[in-house]
Design a protein around this ligand. Structure first.
Ligand SMILES: [Zn+2]
Ligand SMILES: [Zn+2]
Length: 352
């Protein structure tokens, strides 16, 4: 069927408006619908009417190339070159999300596998979930209307066909999205976080193809609070740990947590703050590691402990004896000076 024939079938001039086109088609459908018209060729006429209507609709929608009808340059002709549907674009998306790293991961650098998913409008059906075919709707036979019986079948009502929405064209469920109008795309990316990455830093991961979608990532870094370490405002890694006061006095070795694991450190009773060079947080992202500062808090057991008191008494007695025997010991020197002074006081009292 060419365009001229289509207009003739509908009894219209090519300059007819869309409203006139629809009105004419409805009128013809009402006349020729096989449900209403007993004529032998009613079915064939109906097909012809719908074919003509679809032809002109597609021409006016720009979805049909009017190549076979050069003579018809009227208002109904589609502009040449406008017939092709545009190529569907690849949907793209930048997923902005937070990533929480442990302090150790931030100090040493780490690789994380990130997963996520998106839904986007189906490009095959433009989100409609179905596609319109170039043939008549099977339910209403292309008329766009169905009859429902009323008053015991003596009268009937005309209603728009639910299957085609009233335009008489057959629908097909979109296979690409299974009729939902949306496509789900899952992604899985391996991302490398450099040593020294800061809380609040944003890392951009270039987009890559996942399914039928280009997905980029924008990662906002968060650092989890650590049970042992504190990263201070200046980017210095610190740890404050209690130590046995006697062990501290005795200069014992103790286990100290570091980002690389436990390490042995020797306590020194003259020091409360210790520094481990190059074991702290990197001074700049990807830069050398700064120092790790450990502050020890000597803790002494409770005072009302009889066993401890007895041990302390022994220790005091032992150290007092040792001091008395050593002429260079300040405690021993002091004891002797005090004794001499005390006895000279007694003699002075006797003389008066
Ligand atoms: Zn679809
Ligand atoms: Zn229908």
């Amino acid at each position: 069927m060419d365009t001229q024939e289509a207009y003739q079938e509908l009894g219209l001039h090519p300059s007819a408006t869309d409203a006139q086109l629809k009105a004419s088609w409805r009128r013809l459908v009402a006349t020729w619908h096989p449900d209403r018209n007993a004529a032998a060729d009613a079915g064939r006429r109906m097909q012809s009417i719908n074919k003509a209507y679809q032809h002109i609709r597609q021409l006016r929608d720009g979805s049909l190339d009017d190549g076979d009808d050069r003579a018809d340059s009227g208002a109904g002709a589609a502009p040449s070159g406008a017939a092709q549907a545009p190529e569907p674009d690849t949907p793209s998306k930048t997923h902005v999300r937070k990533v929480r790293l442990s302090l150790e991961d931030a100090i040493l650098g780490c690789t994380r596998t990130l997963r996520g998913h998106f839904t986007h409008r189906c490009t095959a059906c433009v989100g409609k979930g179905q596609r319109v075919l170039a043939k008549a709707c099977g339910t209403c036979r292309g008329s766009g209307a169905v009859r429902t019986a009323a008053l015991f079948g003596w009268l009937w009502n005309e209603e728009a066909c639910a299957d085609c929405g009233g335009d008489g064209r057959q629908r097909e469920r979109c296979g690409a999205c299974e009729g939902s109008g949306e496509r789900a795309v899952a992604y899985r990316r391996q991302v490398r976080f450099p040593a020294g990455v800061r809380a609040g830093q944003v890392l951009s991961v270039p987009s890559a193809r996942h399914g039928d979608m280009d997905i980029g990532l924008e990662l906002q870094v968060e650092i989890e609070p650590h049970p042992l370490f504190v990263l201070d405002e200046g980017g210095v890694l610190r740890c404050e740990m209690p130590v046995n006061g006697y062990a501290w006095m005795a200069g014992c070795w103790v286990d100290v947590p570091t980002p690389g694991g436990l390490q042995q450190m020797r306590l020194n009773r003259d020091a409360l703050v210790y520094r481990m060079n190059g074991q702290g947080f990197p001074t700049t992202p990807r830069g050398p590691r700064g120092d790790y500062i450990i502050k020890v808090v000597p803790v002494f057991p409770a005072q009302d402990d009889a066993a401890q008191d007895a041990l302390l008494a022994q220790l005091i007695e032992y150290s007092t004896r040792a001091a008395a025997a050593d002429r260079t010991q300040p405690m021993g020197q002091w004891q002797r000076r005090m004794k001499r002074w005390n006895s000279s006081q007694k003699e002075a009292t006797r003389d008066t």
